[in-house]
Design a binder for this molecule. Structure first.
Ligand code: CEZ
Length: 788
């Protein structure tokens, strides 16, 4: 049903086996999610997220949602095709006619999405890709006659524009531009909005390189009584060339042509997107005429700078081509928001430092320059002068500071750029400027200050868990997770300060880490695991006595990371997690899922059992635990859970998850005990902090490649069943080719530098598992021998 080609592209051979399956493309200005059946979700930034193609209702502006349902009038890009002799109507890729094709193939490449669909002896090839740094989807369509008869055909590309405005909307064809142009006035009421909205791109265009024989811009008239799957406009000929006069616009063009036996049609090309003026469309369209689909060479550029080989090529493909790309997407797009949640911004940057360390550095500085002088981090990071905190960022969460040391640790491991700590930067609310090191110390001090008399961290209206909003809204409730996450953050910060030779300061944060650990251990241990928190009214939750939400994953994971659990506690937690949280599709973040509102916990308990934070397999949380297991040397168990975050190479698993293996989703449905037949289903949402952590885990834990001040420490934890593996990556400007081999000949991990003839690779300095004296531009080939 799904396979990877040699270039890493992913192919799906059915539009119905997993009807929600989708791939995505993005550029600096936009993001497009392509469902396998032809539905398309698109967004662009101006600078706030906006739409040029919507459904038939005014859509609320919101962040990307999980498990979006598709419906028949969902925005789409449909190519109707009529065989005039056989009187057959088809549509590609699949919607809205829903006719089963003799052959169906959706191919996801790094930079384009393609379909190859065969209805009888007619073949349609569609390709879509995005412009560089502009709001334009490009589409090409080519039809082939595979029969030995001449075919008389009508091709009607139909691009949804949707209901745009209750003030003013229209659509018409412009012969000068050879484009259907739909215009709107974004609805508003306040006079100041008139001035604010001047910069908006109010036009949706469909430009074509071939002049259509006819066209239609009125959606309802196109559809007529026939319905979208059998539009009335296609039963007449040609299209009526009708504008939309304050009616819902659509962009439909029609081409009629004949194809001789074996003949391939012209390649019809289109650009679909947003613009401000017709003059802009005119000038941009000059370049569109030459726009070429990216060569589908897989991801050669990314493969060169990062690649793994492992026994499962299925998993290797997901890691090399798709996870790396997902990490890049997060780093480049900031999830298409101008006010990313601070924790998301910091963790996305954590992943991005493996791809673009200098960008990651800039992000650390951007985030810290918005810190308050009190040390508190804001709920969101503003990325544009006019941006405002929206949605969840208006709700006070108390965890944002803890992510700073995790990000800075990763950045320093990758770059050894300790100068960062001495950069002087300002605050959001003060004229003062201090060093990055002082900023981070202030953040740790702020965490220290936000504790109750037991030394537990106040949660306010949420921590990492956004919707855990009623644990502490009255000012008393505390988060056990945040307490131990603060211990971990202070510990990391103390370690970084030692490396930076700030010994005295380090001592202070070492002590602070101890104090957090101590409070956590004294007040949060429940006998077999740690509780999740203690609410305003003094009720602890996440306890063995709870019938719902009995055990939460995050406090256990961070107890490992912070070194807050002794060996006995660890063993007990590992067993409890396996018993209560493990499913065939990964680890649930809590169990049993809540089935009704718990007012001392909040909104999370109202989410559907097994969805999102209410007991799904929330990959971000699972990644923390996997990371914690690796750091505790539990490599085999960690790998087992790691693998479950990826769709497996097995039709049953794929159908269950219902997702293409081209991203790790934010969650798979959980509540395995309650709804076993729904568990495992993907949220289809590729915005997730898991991507960053999983990439880090693969590099630093599985392959054991961690940068330090001397160079690289190689401490692989390959699954014991693996006999060999390989990692190639660029690191601090040097190229590493590391081959791992298991033999009976060694008792400990042993490293050799392989010297190739004619200076093809440089000699690395190796002492034990430490590689040092790395020089940018050099090639190092290293053999790692692992004991059986
Ligand atoms: O959002 C994510 C947040 O972006 O949820 C995570 C949190 O750590 C991330 O920062 C866990 O809570 O109900 C809500 O508000 C949800 O919390 C969602 O918005 C959630 C979704 O997965 C969207 O990405």
């Amino acid at each position: 049903m799904i396979e990877f080609a040699a270039d890493g592209s992913c192919r799906l051979n059915s539009p119905n086996a997993m009807p929600l399956a989708a791939g995505y493309l993005w550029n600096q200005k936009m993001m497009v999610q392509y469902n396998c059946r032809g539905y398309v979700t698109s967004q662009f930034m101006q600078p706030e997220p906006a739409k040029y193609s919507t459904g038939p209702n005014i859509e609320a502006t919101t962040f990307m949602q999980p498990e979006q349902p598709y419906f028949s009038h969902y925005p789409g890009r449909f190519f109707y095709l009529q065989d005039l002799v056989a009187k057959q109507l088809y549509s590609a890729p699949y919607e809205p006619c829903r006719i089963n094709a003799q052959h169906f193939e959706m191919r996801c490449y790094q930079d384009s999405i393609q379909w190859l669909v065969r209805y009888g002896d007619i073949e349609i090839e569609l390709t879509s890709w995005l412009g560089d740094n502009e709001v334009a989807e490009f589409w090409s369509c080519q039809v082939s006659n595979l029969s030995d008869q001449t075919k008389s055909l009508k091709l009607t590309p139909y691009f949804t524009v949707g209901y745009l405005s209750w003030m003013n909307q229209q659509g018409d064809y412009s012969p000068e531009l050879n484009a259907i142009i739909c215009q709107k006035v974004t609805p508003y009421q306040k006079v100041e909005q008139y001035f604010d909205n001047q910069h908006l791109a109010e036009m949706t265009f469909l430009w074509a390189d071939h002049q259509p024989d006819s066209w239609q811009a009125n959606q309802a008239a196109f559809e007529g009584e026939g319905g979208l799957h059998k539009p009335s406009a296609l039963t007449h000929e040609p299209l009526p060339c009708q504008p939309a006069i304050y009616q819902t616009p659509v962009a439909a063009m029609q081409y009629e042509f004949e194809l001789a036996p074996g003949e391939r049609s012209a390649c019809y090309r289109f650009a679909f997107g947003a613009a401000k003026t017709t003059a802009e469309i005119a000038s941009r369209s000059k370049a569109w005429a030459d726009a070429k689909a990216p060569r589908n060479a897989g991801s050669s550029a990314t493969v060169r700078s990062f690649q793994v080989d492992m026994p499962s090529s299925w998993l290797a493909n997901q890691i090399n081509h798709w996870l790396y790309r997902q990490v890049s997407y997060h780093g480049e797009s900031n999830r298409l928001t101008t006010d990313p949640q601070t924790r998301n911004y910091l963790q996305d940057a954590l992943g991005y430092c493996f791809v673009a360390p200098e960008q990651c550095r800039a992000r650390i500085i951007t985030a810290l320059s918005q810190q308050f002088a009190s040390g508190q981090m804001p709920d969101g990071v503003l990325l544009h002068p006019d941006a405002k905190l929206k949605y969840i960022n208006q709700v006070p969460h108390t965890d944002h500071c803890v992510w700073l040391p995790m990000l800075v640790e990763t950045y320093l491991q990758e770059t050894n750029d300790y100068q960062l700590l001495d950069e002087i930067i300002g605050f959001a609310d003060s004229q003062q400027s201090v060093s990055v090191a002082q900023h981070i110390s202030l953040a740790m001090d702020w965490l220290d200050a936000q504790r109750d008399e037991r030394g537990l961290s106040y949660i306010a209206q949420g921590d990492w868990c956004d919707p855990m909003n009623m644990v502490g809204y009255q000012g008393q409730g505390v988060s056990a997770w945040l307490t131990v996450a603060s211990a971990y953050a202070c510990q990391l910060w103390a370690d970084i300060l030692v490396n930076a030779s700030h010994h005295q300061l380090s001592h202070r944060y070492q002590q602070l880490a101890d104090s957090f650990r101590q409070s956590f251990n004294q007040h949060c241990w429940d006998g077999q695991w740690f509780v999740r928190g203690i609410s305003d009214n003094g009720t602890a939750f996440g306890c063995a006595t709870d019938t719902e939400g009995r055990i939460f994953l995050n406090p256990q994971s961070f107890a490992f990371l912070a070194g807050a659990a002794d060996p006995q506690q660890k063993a007990s937690m590992i067993a409890a997690i396996q018993q209560h949280l493990a499913t065939p599709y990964g680890l649930q973040m809590l169990a049993p899922a809540f089935t009704h509102m718990h007012e001392h916990i909040g909104r999370v308990t109202q989410k559907f059992p097994g969805s999102a934070e209410n007991g799904s397999v929330y990959n971000h949380a699972a990644a923390f635990y996997v990371y914690a297991l690796y750091l505790s040397g539990e490599g085999d168990l960690a790998f087992q859970y790691l693998q479950q975050m990826f769709p497996a190479d097995c039709d049953e698993d794929l159908m269950r998850r219902g997702q293409l293996p081209v991203f790790v989703p934010n969650y798979y449905r959980g509540a395995f005990e309650r709804y076993p037949e729904h568990a495992g289903r993907s949220s289809q949402l590729f915005n997730t902090g898991s991507a960053a952590w999983i990439h880090r885990i693969v590099v630093q834990c599985l392959f054991g490649f961690t940068g330090n001040q001397q160079g690289v420490l190689l401490t692989p934890q390959l699954p014991s069943s693996w006999q060999s593996a390989r990692l190639t990556r660029t690191f601090r400007g040097a190229h590493f080719d590391i081959r791992y081999q298991r033999t009976n000949d060694v008792a400990d991990v042993t490293l050799h530098s392989v010297q190739k003839p004619a200076g093809q690779s440089a000699q690395a300095t190796i002492v034990g598992q430490q590689i040092s004296a790395i020089e940018a531009g050099q090639h190092y080939q290293i053999e790692v021998i692992l004991p059986r």
